[in-house]
Design a protein around this ligand. Structure first.
Ligand SMILES: [Mg+2]
Length: 420
């Protein structure tokens, strides 16, 4: 079976960026945290030196400190990580066509037939590694997996971390996967682990030995079949996905854990989400608010509307939803805004009843977006979001697994133009 995919997964990406930029951190245990002002948060990344002591993504800061009192805690800096990510993609793209960037530290390419012989594929992987070392930095390493399908290539990239290079061909399946845990496989979460265990599948070996109909029964759908084919190296087409939501969520810093702080942060996130709508060419027909009060109480409220990308119209709906919030609730600790029911501009039918006022409003939004583009995202904002905009620790740009932020839309720093 031909080696068709080359998958690249960076090793402890955020921590290694910090180590590359600050020589004093090299060889040291480092953990990246959302804020240095609170001990009640979790590590969002850890260097290999910290991982060696059991500190990993999700370890609480207080636990990390108790395991390693000398650990270097660094506040996450998304602008920096995204800028380096962009250089990385360009560096790899100069050698191999990058088919898809899956997250800030994961991407893959399809190997053309002439690169599929194992020796050639290995050479390409080594070429990528040395270009990264030269152009990005020797402390930012990647593990590369090469296999007949993307699924196995991704697993291969996890086998020999850090700085690994693993080729898995059909002949060495499934034994090549033996060192992995079931939970290392994308698509096997805690619930699926229980279902697999109940069916007598406790490790990768028994999973690979299970026949297709058994996996279909365990998954309860055709997904089980897809999984069986993937696991056996067969290259099946990806399921088509549509962009279905745009959203932001934020754990409130202590200074914004109040009714007005939550309200203002919601408005700030809504402004960002609407800006992303306009830049990416989408309209939304559904606004969802989520607020966590205290540590247990979750409140959701949603509203449908005619398709729009107008911040002011959606702000009014946000205010309407906010009025129905629980009054006796504890202090808000986390807020989220999601825009769903997205349609692309090409499928959007403007209202027959568009007024002169609507046209003026669209023009105003366009001008406001231009000002933000030129002078930074905090140069202009609606009064409702002022409290959050003025707070230096509110809603910093963050990097989700499936969305690399556009620095020009989501960062507080201006990237493409000079300040006046
Ligand atoms: Mg990684």
């Amino acid at each position: 079976m031909a080696l068709r995919y080359l998958f690249i997964d960076f090793d402890s990406f955020y921590a290694s960026v910090e180590q590359e930029l600050n020589p004093l951190l090299r060889g040291q245990p480092v953990a990246i945290v959302p804020t240095l002002k609170s001990d009640k948060t979790c590590c969002i990344a850890a260097s290999y030196e910290a991982k060696a002591h059991g500190i990993k993504t999700g370890t609480s800061v207080s636990e990390a400190r108790s395991i390693l009192p000398n650990i270097h805690l660094i506040q996450s800096n998304s602008d920096k990580y995204v800028a380096i990510h962009k250089n990385i993609v360009k560096t790899i793209h100069d050698i191999m066509f990058v088919d898809q960037v899956l997250s800030i530290d994961e991407m893959y390419g399809r190997l053309p037939p002439k690169w599929q012989p194992p020796q050639v594929a290995s050479l390409k992987a080594k070429e990528i590694k040395s270009a990264l070392k030269k152009q990005i930095g020797r402390n930012i390493t990647a593990s590369i997996g090469i296999a007949p399908n993307r699924f196995i290539a991704k697993l291969a990239s996890k086998i020999d971390k850090p700085n690994g290079l693993v080729l898995i061909d059909h002949e060495n399946l499934p034994q090549a996967l033996d060192t992995l845990e079931l939970s290392d496989i994308t698509g096997i979460g805690s619930q699926m682990l229980i279902r697999l265990r109940n069916s007598g599948i406790t490790d990768i070996k028994s999973l690979c030995l299970a026949d297709r109909s058994k996996l279909q029964r365990i998954w309860g759908s055709i997904e089980g079949d897809r999984f069986w084919y993937s696991l056996h190296g067969i290259d099946i087409p990806e399921k088509p996905t549509n962009k279905r939501t745009i959203g932001h969520s934020h754990v409130l810093p202590p200074s914004l854990r109040s009714t007005s702080g939550a309200f203002s942060t919601l408005h700030r996130m809504l402004e960002k989400a609407c800006h992303r709508l306009r830049v990416t060419g989408y309209f939304t027909g559904h606004l969802v608010l989520q607020v966590k009060f205290g540590f247990e109480w979750r409140w959701n409220q949603e509203i449908k509307c005619g398709h729009t990308q107008d911040t002011r119209a959606l702000s009014r709906l946000l205010n309407l939803l906010w009025e129905s919030r629980p009054v006796m609730a504890p202090k808000p600790t986390k807020v989220a805004v999601t825009l769903t029911d997205l349609i692309h501009t090409r499928n959007y039918t403007p209202s027959l009843f568009e007024t002169e006022e609507d046209r003026r409003q669209s023009e105003l939004l366009r001008i406001m977006d231009d000002i933000k583009k030129n002078y930074g995202n905090r140069s202009l904002y609606y009064a409702n979001s002022m409290m959050a905009q003025k707070s230096t620790e509110s809603a910093p740009m963050r990097i989700a697994f499936n969305h690399i932020p556009d620095l020009n839309i989501e960062s507080d720093v201006t990237f493409n133009n000079q300040k006046p």
